[in-house]
Design a protein around this ligand. Sequence first.
Ligand SMILES: NC(=O)c1ccc[n+]([C@@H]2O[C@H](COP(=O)([O-])OP(=O)(O)OC[C@H]3O[C@@H](n4cnc5c(N)ncnc54)[C@H](O)[C@@H]3O)[C@@H](O)[C@H]2O)c1
Length: 288
Amino acid sequence: MFEFAGRIAFITGGASGIGLALGKALAGEGARVVLADINGDALAEAERAVSGKVATVQLDVRDRSQWLHARKFTEARFGPVSILVNNAGIINDGGAQVAQRGLIDQSPDSWDRMIGINLTGVYNGIATFGARMRDRGDGHIVNTASTQGVITCAGVGSYCASKFGVVAMSEALRYELEPHGVGVSVLCPGVIQTGLVTNSNRIVGLPAQDMPEGYGMDPARVAEMVMEGIRANRQYIFTHGEYAGPVDQRHRAIEQALAQTPVSPLYDPDQPLAGTQEFAAAMIAAGR
Ligand SMILES: NC(=O)c1ccc[n+]([C@@H]2O[C@H](COP(=O)([O-])OP(=O)(O)OC[C@H]3O[C@@H](n4cnc5c(N)ncnc54)[C@H](O)[C@@H]3O)[C@@H](O)[C@H]2O)c1
């Protein structure tokens, strides 16, 4: 059983919403928590809101020199990180109608920002702390994706691209870290009552756009689900079971397309199939 007491947790996007709720839950279980966020004012408030051992560090997850500073700060203050939560994220720029928010109308700057924060930001966290966790052979990484990391719809193409990427990275990372005793989970929330739209708008200078009260799940409930997911080393942490239908629909479309595709003449059923974990494991065993 994974114990939280005495561990050091580093949470990006920790100044609000899901990250802050998780910070409170971890501190409540006796972990020492570093909340990292781009929003310095919100961090100061967050530090006051968490009871327990907590510190904050301002970090733009796109900036690798800031990551280095954040790691040194955390290790000097508390010690080595064994719970890493790559959670910072933004949603597509608010203000525009859904019909005008698609990929075709998205500016290159907006695309770069989305991928830089939501996808490369997660990679940067893994690159900063991952090898140290592997070498110590202990810990857990949670990467926040979304239900939009497993299904898509119009108007959120870049968000989906970033979140599908987070799911893919998390699946690969889980294979890589499992032999070293480090767990990896990917969090795929449905709609959660947070300031995601307002906070995303702030980053691009758009007006606040609050979510209607009672529209989404309480982030404290999400935090409970994440704690349980870490304890049980779950690969996927979903928050809304109603997405089983749309996910099934997508998977069935893929399966049907594959069922209509002939098996290639080069396929050898006695050999591991290239691209599968079985293939990777065989290559690793052979030292290749
Ligand atoms: N709220 C939802 O309905 C929902 C649903 C699915 C997934 N998510 C994901 O959950 C995660 C947390 O979002 P939330 O809903 O708690 O919203 P939130 O806005 O309350 O939290 C996100 C935090 O990330 C921070 N952030 C943004 N850009 C950053 C950067 N470049 N560097 C560091 N910090 C940065 C923001 O300042 C904010 O504090 C995000 O990755 C989001 O995509 C949220």
